[in-house]
Structures are given as C-alpha cells and as structure tokens.
Design a protein around this ligand. Structure first.
Ligand SMILES: Cc1cc2nc3c(=O)[nH]c(=O)nc-3n(C[C@H](O)[C@H](O)[C@H](O)COP(=O)(O)OP(=O)(O)OC[C@H]3O[C@@H](n4cnc5c(N)ncnc54)[C@H](O)[C@@H]3O)c2cc1C
Length: 417
C-alpha cells in the first residue's frame, strides 16, 4: 500500500486506538512504527502490569492533568474509561480494580493489552509498517499529502490526505519514543512548549542515597519545600537510590521540583518518618522507649523506630554514639531525634534524565490544536494524539487514558472531516 486514507505515525497507546477506530469506521489505514513491534512502552507500564486507566469521574480526572486538563473534555466526552474497558473486555481482556481507582488486566500482564489492541487493529485490516521511521510529513497547498519514512536505509513514501502524529514523548527512549514527534510538529510550523522529564527521581546533595540505597520507606510523608515554602506533600512509599530519592511519593512531587530547579529556586524534600504521630505524641513515645530500655544501647532503641540502614545515618547526623545507654540521652538529644524523624531534610540538586522519567511534560502547544478535533490549526489533515501533546498527568492510569482518548478522537475527526 502506498496510498491510503489515513497514516498514523507510531504504534503506541494512542496510535493503536486511532488505528482501531479509523479502520472500524471504514478508512484504509497505515501505521508506521520505527520499532520492530507495537506497543513497546505499554509493555513496561505499571511495572509490566499496565495500569490501564482510572475510575475517577471526568471532573476529578482532569485535575490530575497538567498544564490544563480541561483541553481534554471533548476527548473524554467521546471516549473515556468505560469505553477502553469495554473495548478490552470485548477483546477478551478481563480487568480488575485496585486501590486508588486503578484498573489493571486481571492477568497482570501488560502484554495482554498490547496483544488485544494490535490483534484488533490487524483484524480490521490496518496495515503496519515496522522498523520504519518517519522523517517528514509532506504537504501540498497547506494540506497534508503523506509521509516519508526510512526503512532499511532507504527513503520511502506513503500518500494520504490525513496524518495523525502519535509518536509519544521523549521518556524511556529505548521504547522508540525519542522525541521525533516534536521535530515533525516543528517542521509543520507548530510551537513546542518546553519539554522536560516528569514523574522522575530526584538527585540529592547529601550521601544518604548511597548509604540507604535500596531502602524503601513505607507510609511516610514527603514535603516539597521551594525557597522555604511548602508547595506539595504526598503520603506513601519512598525509595533511596545511590543518587537520591525515588518511589511513588517522589515521582508525584517531581514535576514541581523540576520546574523549581529550572527556576534556580532552592529545593528541599523533607521526609516525615512518622506521619501518623504529631510531634508531642512522638516525643512522648520516644521518652517511653528510652525509659523502658534505659540500659540498652541507643542504637538498639532506634530499632523500635527505624530500619537498620536508616539508623546508621541517624546516628551520624545526630552525632550520638551508638553505644550510649538510652537513659543517658539528654532532653536536647531527644528533641533532636524527634525533629529528625519528623523533618529529615534532603537538599535537591537535580533530577534524573528522560531515560528514567515515566512521562514527558511539555510538547506540541495546545494553542495550535483544536480540542474538539485534535486537528492542527496550522495545517489541514494533520492531527495529534497522546504524549506528544503538551499534556502529562500523575500516576494512576491517567496518562494511558489520555493516549487512548486522544487517539480515538483524532481518528474520529479524521473519519468525519
Ligand atoms: C516506565 C513507565 C511506566 C508507565 N506506566 C504507566 C501506567 O501504568 N499507566 C499509565 O497510564 N501510564 C503509564 N506510563 C505512561 C504511558 O506509557 C504513556 O503516557 C503512553 O504510552 C503514551 O502513549 P503514546 O501513544 O502517546 O506514546 P507511546 O506509547 O510512547 O508510543 C509512541 C510510538 O511512536 C513510535 N515512534 C516515535 N517516533 C517515530 C517515528 N519517527 N516514526 C515511526 N514511529 C515512531 C515509538 O516507537 C512508539 O512506539 C508509563 C511510562 C513509563 C515510561
């Protein structure tokens, strides 16, 4: 086929949905994918389990999306959570609902999602070109006319009046999403809002990361402090890595941290190891533990409060001898212990790169894309869907739903224009 009705660039979450919807509506569809198979990124979602979507209602869903989820109202109105779940269930994928409204395939295999979507598109007659990297979208009289791609070092062409760019962002580039979509959009005259990694681990100045590498703290609270002001707080799990901090609570606050670092602000994360106890209750508990275990070494009393690897770091920061008997801890030292448990401070000096970012923030400016159709306001016949757009969301299944809904709407517009 070198002539068709619609070309979709990228066989990821948005591209597969667009292909399914356009083909079932009767269009002759070609999907051009630079990798050797479809849905490489979907395979690694949700740690291989794929958090497909979220059960929140639209009004709550859009609050999880940056910079402005309201852009997605038309897409969500046409294709939302129940639609993707129906589609998957009709394709034989059973789903389960977990805490936080997160849907997963019952099999816990992300590959089942890829198989279901890819098989459905194939059954509908969609033609896939693999190992084919699109290098340009070409135009005639301000109207899309087709794409050029490279296959086996040779430049080839497909002709079509409509193209949807579904190339994803720049994060985890090994999956194929390496930022090409921004170049294609720029070639078409589109503005790209500054692109940066989000849902990304943070780098700290102190060497606690190395000392506590691999340690996971459960049910802690982490506050993001920018120029001395608390701007975010999250409860949940945190992990130490050799460079600093990772884990769900850190990924969630990272977007704001990355922006603050970029603005040259002073950025700190403080960890509350005991969020369920207020300061006074914690102090009373400390007093009791120290009194009841008065003859024990302080390091053994710390075992009642902290994981082993954190004990080493606490003793260093507090300058308390590990062998000191608990009943010799002064009131001042006890206050310092309580302070550290409630406010363990890390100076944030950077963040990890796109290779470790779950999502790319920034992208094709929403000002130049019609939210009702996802068509370019600059070039007729050009559409955008998925992460390539200037949209990103928190964890919880929101990002895949954005891709599914925008893929579906862009295809629907291409069918009906
Ligand atoms: C580790 C990790 C875990 C995640 N977990 C979840 C989760 O559980 N739930 C959730 O909602 N979201 C999750 N996400 C985010 C989610 O995977 C993405 O937001 C979503 O896949 C974006 O879909 P997309 O179609 O826009 O892009 P992608 O799925 O990235 O697909 C883009 C496709 O375009 C292809 N492509 C790029 N350039 C070209 C070109 N020039 N020519 C041809 N093809 C090209 C790529 O090879 C790729 O196949 C996770 C992301 C990561 C990295």
């Amino acid at each position: 086929m070198n002539n068709c009705d619609l070309i979709i660039i990228g066989a990821g979450a948005s591209g597969l949905l667009a292909a399914i919807h356009a083909s079932e509506s009767g269009l002759k569809v070609a999907v051009v994918e630079k990798m050797s198979s479809a849905g490489r990124k979907i395979l690694i979602t949700g740690k291989g389990r794929c958090n497909i979507t979220n059960s929140s209602e639209i009004k709550d869903f859009i609050k999880e999306i940056y910079p402005d989820g309201r852009f997605l109202y038309p897409a969500f109105k046409k294709f939302f959570t129940y639609d993707i779940l129906n589609l998957l269930e009709n394709a034989g994928v059973e789903v389960i609902l977990e805490r936080g409204g997160r849907y997963f395939p019952k099999s816990e295999q992300a590959s089942d999602i890829v198989d279901a979507l890819y098989s459905k598109a194939l059954k509908n007659g969609v033609e896939f070109y693999f190992n084919a990297s699109v290098v340009s979208v070409f135009y005639q009289d301000h109207q899309v006319a087709g794409v050029d791609y490279i296959l086996d070092k040779e430049k080839k062409r497909i002709i079509a009046p409509k193209v949807i760019i579904c190339t994803g962002g720049k994060s985890y580039p090994g999956t194929g999403s390496d930022g090409d979509g921004y170049k294609l959009a720029e070639q078409a005259g589109h503005k790209i809002e500054k692109v940066f990694p989000a849902l990304v681990p943070l780098v700290i100045k102190e060497d606690y990361g190395a000392q506590m590498q691999g340690l996971t703290l459960k049910n802690i609270s982490a506050k993001l402090i920018v120029d001395g002001k608390k701007i975010a707080e999250e409860f949940g799990d945190l992990m130490f890595a050799h460079y600093g901090l990772s884990g769900p609570v850190i990924l969630t606050i990272s977007r704001k941290a990355v922006i603050a670092l970029d603005n040259k602000s002073k950025v700190n994360v403080t960890i509350d190891f005991k969020p369920a106890l207020d300061y006074n209750t914690l102090d009373k508990r400390l007093l009791r533990d120290l009194n009841e275990n008065g003859k024990k070494k302080v390091e053994n009393v710390f075992k009642l409060l902290l994981p082993q690897r954190a004990i080493e770091v606490f003793l260093q920061i507090l300058h308390i001898e590990r062998e000191k008997p608990a009943n010799q801890i002064s009131a001042k030292e006890r206050k310092a212990i309580a302070d550290l448990l409630k406010n363990f401070n890390c100076n944030i000096i950077g963040h990890r790169g796109f290779k470790e970012a779950v999502i790319t923030a920034g992208g094709v400016s929403l000002d130049e894309v019609n939210p009702k159709t996802l068509e370019s306001k600059i070039l007729k016949g050009l559409y955008f869907a998925g992460e390539v757009l200037n949209l990103d969301a928190n964890t919880g299944g929101y990002n895949l739903q954005i891709a599914f809904s925008t893929g579906w709407l862009a295809a629907d517009s291409a069918v009906n224009s």
